[in-house]
Design a protein around this ligand. Structure first.
Ligand code: NAI
Length: 507
């Protein structure tokens, strides 16, 4: 186990890493090229730990011992007898390479060197060194003590024992070590590409507003934060840099295509929360969200017909309609005056209405896969009569559940984003970037998703996800939506998405 850790760079990440390991019982020396940065970091950590002690989360003796384990290192030379060096300096390849070369000359031959880089190749950082086998990525998340996960990244030449030692240290400190090879975005930033990029595509197609998309994804899929709230929080500049970098490193694979909507916003200084405006405007730190529209009540003068024969779906809809004082038609075909509700899986409203030969002015789509209890989504099409829409909206919201009306889109909002998240997760598993279990745990811990990508697939049905992707692929004719072989094979064989590539040998 490591006895003495040197942390270089005392910014937001370095100070968090130092606090984590000092709390876990390891001696930590904290260095920065700016002396005041070290002092600020130590003062910040002292305050944080004292607050924890005041709240009873840390005993007095423990507090003193932890603080004693956390010491400043004024010069790099003071780190000479550390057996682990963790770098958290500026995100610049040359600066990191220069630092690692300097450290190599300073520390013992068996000391391990780790980088907290979030986007640079660990292999490239190590390539300037004489002993790249002792260099690995150790990628924490902000704030380090609270985000209980770290990616342990194996560069092309990293010794597997180095990975195991770092993983054991992470576990000692209560963090989940997600072992992953050196690949674009590593594991978490790669898996996180689908949520924001697909939401931006939906916005770019004019399907719904950012506030609508955020509400739908929070209420229908259980995300804590909508994609636009998240982009505003992270900053459009940071988001753009990550999107571009992953896209470039995968040689323009259309799965990762960034949105053209971001660059003009950046040019206009709409960086998100930090500049006071991004997709939302902020007043005193609070997002100013448009109120949800409250349409004037209308009389429901038409019966409603539903294309689905699924008993569960019919029951759900019939219950709401009963609250509206109307009933669901039972016939296979709609009556002459009925409002026709179609329930597409991956298709858009226009395609399904055309395919079923339904009356254009009286037909619209209802989302039934993702979310019905907390929010309902109706999808119109260009030929829909406005009066019919008003009646459908009133009927579907009769029990007080808010109804969102969006424009035509293959896969509504939730199906589309969900399918892209699952598909990308499958691709990550296929490329052996992480095992199914590590992938799902890492995404839940680092991104706060209610399920990991594969878990989401299981929750909503892998065959349905494959169907949504198939339709998106058909409708857009874009390889962006091509089904991952990992997903296709498991659907074909009727296996859970979490099934690993090879079975253990049976006795
Ligand atoms: P920061 O800007 O808060 O801190 C960087 C510190 O490094 C500064 O105090 C600076 O004086 C010092 N520094 C710069 N060059 C140095 C050198 N050659 N020698 C010694 N000290 C030097 O940056 P932050 O946010 O802490 O990020 C540090 C690293 O962690 C970057 O590589 C970043 O990409 C990565 N990272 C950042 C995350 C975040 O959410 N902020 C998350 C995960 C990784």
């Amino acid at each position: 186990m490591f006895k003495r850790i040197g942390v270089i760079g005392s910014g937001a990440m370095g100070r968090g890493i130092a606090q984590l390991f000092a709390t876990a019982g390891v001696q930590v020396l904290l260095h920065d090229s700016r002396r005041e940065a070290i002092d600020q970091a130590l003062a910040y950590n002292r305050e944080t730990l004292e607050r924890a002690a005041a709240r009873g989360r840390l005993g007095r003796v423990e507090l003193d011992a932890t603080l004693a384990r956390l010491q400043p290192a004024e010069s790099l030379a003071a780190l000479a007898d550390c057996d682990l060096l963790i770098e958290a300096i500026v995100e610049d390849l040359e600066a990191k390479q220069a630092l690692f070369c300097e450290l190599e000359a300073l520390v013992a031959a068996d000391a391990v060197l780790a980088t907290n880089t979030s986007s640079l190749s660990v292999t490239r950082i190590a390539s300037a060194c004489r002993h790249p086998e002792r260099i690995a990525g150790f990628h924490f998340f902000n704030p380090v003590p609270l985000m209980k996960i770290v990616e342990v990244i194996r560069g092309e030449r990293t010794d597997p024992q180095v990975i195991e030692r770092l993983a054991a240290l992470a576990e000692q400190a209560g963090h989940f070590p997600a072992r992953t090879p050196d690949s674009p975005g590593f594991l978490v930033n790669h898996a996180g590409r689908a949520y924001g990029t697909e939401a931006l595509r939906i916005l770019a197609e004019g399907v719904a507003t950012p506030a609508q998309i955020d509400r739908i994804l929070r209420d229908s899929l259980g995300f804590r934060m909508g994609p636009f709230e998240l982009i505003d929080l992270v900053g459009l500049d940071v988001t753009q840099a990550v999107m571009d970098s992953v896209y470039r490193q995968f040689y323009q694979d259309p799965r990762y295509t960034p949105s053209w909507l971001v660059a003009p916003r950046l040019a206009a200084g709409l960086l998100g929360r930090k500049s006071g405006q991004g997709f939302y405007r902020y007043l005193d730190g609070q997002a100013q969200v448009e109120a949800e529209p409250a349409p004037a009540p209308v009389a429901i003068a038409r019966p409603l017909w539903l294309d689905s024969r699924d008993a569960g779906v019919r029951r759900q809809v019939a219950t709401v309609l009963a609250a509206a004082g109307t009933a669901l038609e039972e016939g296979e075909q709609p009556s002459a005056r009925a409002i026709c509700l179609v329930t597409p899986l991956g298709e858009d409203a226009s395609s399904l209405i055309a395919r079923q030969g339904l009356p254009v002015a009286r037909s619209l789509a209802l989302e039934t896969l993702a979310g019905f209890d907390r929010r309902r989504v109706l999808m119109r099409q260009p030929g829909l009569d406005a009066g019919v829409l008003a009646q459908a909206r009133q009927a579907l919201g009769a029990d007080g559940v808010p109804v969102e009306v969006i424009d035509d889109s293959p896969g509504f909002v939730a199906q589309r984003v969900l399918a892209c998240i699952v598909n990308l997760g499958c691709e990550i598993a296929q490329r052996r970037i992480a095992s199914p279990a590590v992938l799902d745990r890492a995404v839940q811990l680092a991104l706060g998703y209610p399920h990991g990508p594969l878990g989401f697939g299981e929750r909503f049905g892998a065959a349905r996800i494959a169907q949504i992707l198939h339709e998106l692929h058909e409708q857009y004719q874009e390889p962006r939506y091509r089904v991952s072989p990992w997903l296709r094979r498991r659907v074909q064989l009727g296996l859970p998405l979490t099934t690993p590539e090879r079975q253990e040998q049976s006795a």
